[in-house]
Design a protein around this ligand. Structure first.
Ligand SMILES: Cc1cc2nc3c(=O)[nH]c(=O)nc-3n(C[C@H](O)[C@H](O)[C@H](O)COP(=O)(O)OP(=O)(O)OC[C@H]3O[C@@H](n4cnc5c(N)ncnc54)[C@H](O)[C@@H]3O)c2cc1C
Length: 594
C-alpha cells in the first residue's frame, strides 16, 4: 500500500499581523508550522501502514523552507518525502496547486492520497476535491475514521447533519479532519527528501506556463484587508442589564441587508446582461436557510448584472424547496429531480451540476459554504478547471460584470479581495452573511432539467448517524451558545431550547465529549455568525475566538473577573454560569433583532 500525504507548511495563524502602512501581511519572523490537519493525515497513514504494510510518502508544493515541514512528517513516521519546489510554481491558486500536485502524484503513483481537511492559512478546503478531480479518482472530505477493507476504504466522515460512513474503492483521495491518535508535538526526523522542479513533471516547461503558478491559476488575490472587529468589552452587573445591552447592540449591528428591489444594471451602455445563479441545498424537503440567504443576495447581484436571479434546485422530493425559493426571491428556477440524488454521492451530484453548468454556462454560480457545498463546489471547479473562491463573506459586481469576492483567511481577521478570470465564476458563501428576504407570494418561472444519465458512482454510503441537534443548526440559529470543557450543556438544554439557541463548544469541550465534534467552533471547527454568540467559560485563545469573528454581538460568562474571555466580548458577566446562563437565555428575546 503506497499512501501519499499532501502536506503544507503554514504560518502560525495567531502570529500573523497586518501592516497598516503597506496594506499587506507581515510575514517576517512569523513561525512556520506543519498544518495540524496534515499532521493528522500523516498519523492516519502511519496507522494504516501498521496493518497494510507499504510506505508513507509526504509531498508538498512549497518554497525551500517547506523542507522543515517535511522533516516533521518524517518525525511522525513517514518513510520519505517529495518537495515540489520551483519558481514557476509560485502564487498558484487552488486550481494551479491541485494541477501541479496531481502531475506529481501521477508520476509517483499511489493507492491512497491523504490530505488535511483545510490549510489553516488560506482555509479554502478546495485542494483535496480538486486534486481528486485532476486525478479522476473518487474523493471523501472531512474524514474522522479510516479502515482498509481489501481494495476499498471505509471512511467515517462529518456531514452537516452528523456523520456518515462511506466506502470508496482505491485509489482515492481523502481529506482528514481527525485522527484516531492525535499526533503529539511534531519533532523533525531524518530521511530521504527528493526535490522535484517543473521539468521533473513535464517535458516542455515554457515561460509563463499555463499549467503552473500564477499563470496557471484562474483566481487572483487583489488586496488583503484587516477586518478585526472592535468588541465593546463592557461589563454588566446583572442579567437584565446584559440582556438589554446585547439586544441594543444586536439591533445596531445588522447582518448584510437584502431587499426585493433590484438595483440598477451597472454596466455602461450597451452593456452585457447576465444572470446570477444559486445552488439551493435541500434538507428534509425544504430549502436551507443558507440557500435562501444567497438567493436574497442574488437579487442585488442579478440587478447589477442586468439579469435574472436564478435558483438551481437539485435532489429528490424537492417540491417544498421549489416553493421556498419561489417565495424568497428567485425569478427563475431550474429543477432537476432524480431518484439518484436522494443521497449525497459526490460522483452523481458532480455529474448533475456539471451537466447543467456545461449546458447553461451561468455567469455566476454560488454554493452555500456548508460541508456539502465545500465538497461539491470545488470538485466541479476542478473537473472544469474554473476558478473558485472559498467561504466568501461578501460579494459585489464590478462594471464589467465580474464578481468581486471577499474571502476571509488566517481565522477571519484578514479578508482578501479575489476575482476570477474564468466563467462561470464560482464561489462558496459563508452562512449568515445575508438575511433571507421576507417571503412573498410570487410565481417564479419553473424549468425542469432533464437529468437522465447520472452515473451510479463507486462510493457507497453504508451508515448515517444524525446528531441531535444537527450541526447545521449552528449555521441557522440567531443565537449560538458555546461551552467550555467544564460546562455540562445538558444543564442549559431547556433554556437554550426556549431561546431557540444552538449549542456548540470549544475544542476542549469536544475533546471532553461535552458536545459532538461536528459542533466544534473555532479555527479547526466551524466559523459561526449568529446575531448573538454567548461564550460560557470557553477558551479565550485565538483558536476558539476566530470561530465567532463574524458574530453580531459576543456575550461571555466567566467566574473569573480577570478572564480574557470577558475582554474579548462585547458584554461580559461574572459569576456562576449555572445561575447566569439560563437566566440570560430566558431574558434574551431576539425577536426584534434584524
Ligand atoms: C488570503 C488568501 C486567500 C486565498 N483564497 C483562495 C481562493 O478562494 N481560491 C483559490 O483557488 N485560491 C485561493 N488562495 C490560494 C491558495 O491558498 C493556494 O492555492 C494554496 O496553495 C492552497 O489552498 P489552501 O491553502 O486553501 O489549501 P486547502 O485546500 O485548505 O488545503 C487542504 C489540504 O490540501 C493539501 N494542500 C494544500 N496546499 C498544498 C500544497 N501547497 N502542497 C501540498 N498539499 C497541499 C493539504 O493536505 C491541506 O491540508 C488564497 C491565498 C491567500 C493567501
Amino acid at each position: 500500500m503506497k499512501i501519499v500525504c499532501l502536506i503544507k507548511q503554514v504560518p502560525r495563524p495567531d502570529a500573523i499581523e497586518f501592516d497598516q502602512e503597506t496594506k499587506s501581511l507581515k510575514r517576517e519572523g512569523v513561525p512556520l508550522i506543519l498544518n495540524p490537519f496534515d499532521a493528522r493525515a500523516v498519523a492516519e497513514a502511519v496507522r494504516l501502514r501498521e496493518t497494510a504494510g507499504g510506505e508513507v510518502i509526504a509531498m508538498t508544493m512549497g518554497p525551500p523552507q517547506s523542507e522543515e515541514a517535511l522533516r516533521g512528517c518524517l518525525g511522525l513516521g513517514a518513510d520519505r518525502c517529495i518537495q515540489l519546489s520551483d519558481r514557476v510554481f509560485a502564487l498558484a491558486d487552488t486550481i494551479g496547486t491541485s494541477r501541479t500536485l496531481a502531475l506529481a502524484l501521477s508520476k509517483e503513483g499511489s493507492d491512497l492520497v491523504l490530505c488535511g481537511r483545510k490549510a489553516l492559512d488560506a482555509e479554502t478546503s478546495q485542494v483535496p476535491p480538486e486534486v481528486a478531480a485532476f486525478l479522476d479518482r473518487p474523493h471523501v472530505t472531512s474524514a474522522v475514521g479510516l479502515a482498509l477493507e481489501g481494495d476499498r476504504l471505509r471512511v467515517r466522515r462529518e456531514t452537516d447533519d452528523g456523520e456518515e460512513t462511506v466506502e470508496v474503492p482505491l485509489p482515492a483521495v481523502v481529506s482528514v479532519a481527525r485522527a484516531e491518535r492525535e499526533p503529539a508535538e511534531v519533532e523533525p526526523g531524518n530521511g530521504r527528501i527528493d526535490v522535484w522542479a517543473a521539468d521533473d513533471l513535464v517535458d516542455d516547461v515554457r515561460e509563463n506556463d499555463k499549467r503552473f503558478g500564477q499563470t496557471g491559476s484562474p483566481t487572483r488575490v487583489l488586496a488583503v484587508r484587516d477586518v478585526t472587529p472592535e468588541r465593546a468589552s463592557e461589563r454588566a452587573d446583572s442579567v437584565e442589564e446584559a440582556a438589554a445591552r446585547i439586544r441594543e447592540l444586536a439591533r445596531e449591528r445588522q447582518a448584510g441587508a437584502t431587499a426585493w428591489d433590484k438595483p440598477e444594471h451597472l454596466a455602461e451602455e450597451p452593456g452585457a446582461f447576465y444572470d446570477c445563479w444559486t445552488l439551493v441545498e435541500v434538507s428534509e424537503g425544504r430549502a436551507t436557510r443558507p440557500s435562501l440567504e444567497l438567493l436574497a443576495k442574488g437579487r442585488e447581484l442579478s440587478g447589477k448584472l442586468g439579469g435574472s436571479n436564478v435558483a438551481l434546485v437539485l435532489g429528490h422530493d424537492v417540491a417544498g424547496a421549489v416553493e421556498d425559493v419561489s417565495r424568497h426571491g428567485a425569478d427563475l428556477i431550474h429543477v432537476g429531480e432524480h431518484e439518484a440524488l436522494r443521497d449525497y454521492v459526490p460522483e452523481r451530484w458532480v455529474a448533475a451540476v456539471r451537466s447543467v453548468v456545461e449546458r447553461e454556462r451561468p455567469h455566476v454560480l454560488l454554493f452555500p459554504a456548508t460541508l456539502r457545498g465545500r465538497d461539491l463546489g470545488p470538485r466541479v471547479a476542478g473537473e472544469l478547471e474554473y476558478g473558485m473562491t472559498a467561504d466568501c463573506v461578501d460579494l459585489g459586481i464590478d462594471r464589467a460584470g465580474r464578481l468581486i469576492q471577499h474571502k476571509p483567511a488566517y481565522g477571519g481577521n484578514i479578508v482578501s479581495v479575489i476575482m476570477g478570470a474564468t466563467t462561470p465564476q464560482l464561489a462558496t458563501v459563508r452562512p449568515r452573511m445575508f438575511e433571507p428576504l421576507q417571503p412573498r407570494d410570487t410565481a417564479a418561472e419553473i424549468r425542469p432539467i432533464d437529468l437522465d444519465a447520472l452515473p451510479e458512482g463507486t462510493t457507497r454510503i453504508s451508515e448515517r448517524t444524525a446528531t441531535e441537534p444537527r450541526p447545521r443548526r449552528l449555521d441557522e440559529a440567531d443565537l449560538v451558545v458555546a461551552v467550555g470543557a467544564g460546562i455540562d450543556p445538558a444543564a442549559l438544554a431547556e433554556a437554550a431550547e426556549r431561546a431557540g439557541a444552538a449549542i456548540g463548544g470549544d475544542r476542549a469541550a469536544c475533546a471532553a465529549g461535552r458536545v459532538p465534534w461536528g459542533a466544534e467552533i473555532g479555527l479547526q471547527g466551524r466559523q459561526v455568525a449568529p446575531h448573538v454568540y454567548l461564550a460560557i467559560e470557553t477558551d479565550a485563545g485565538f483558536d476558539h475566538l476566530t470561530g465567532s469573528v463574524k458574530a453580531g454581538v459576543i456575550a461571555a460568562i466567566s467566574s473569573d473577573p480577570s478572564s480574557p474571555l470577558l475582554a474579548a466580548a462585547d458584554v461580559g458577566l461574572t459569576g456562576d454560569w449555572r445561575e447566569l446562563a439560563p437566566a440570560l437565555l430566558d431574558a434574551l428575546d431576539l425577536t426584534d433583532a434584524p
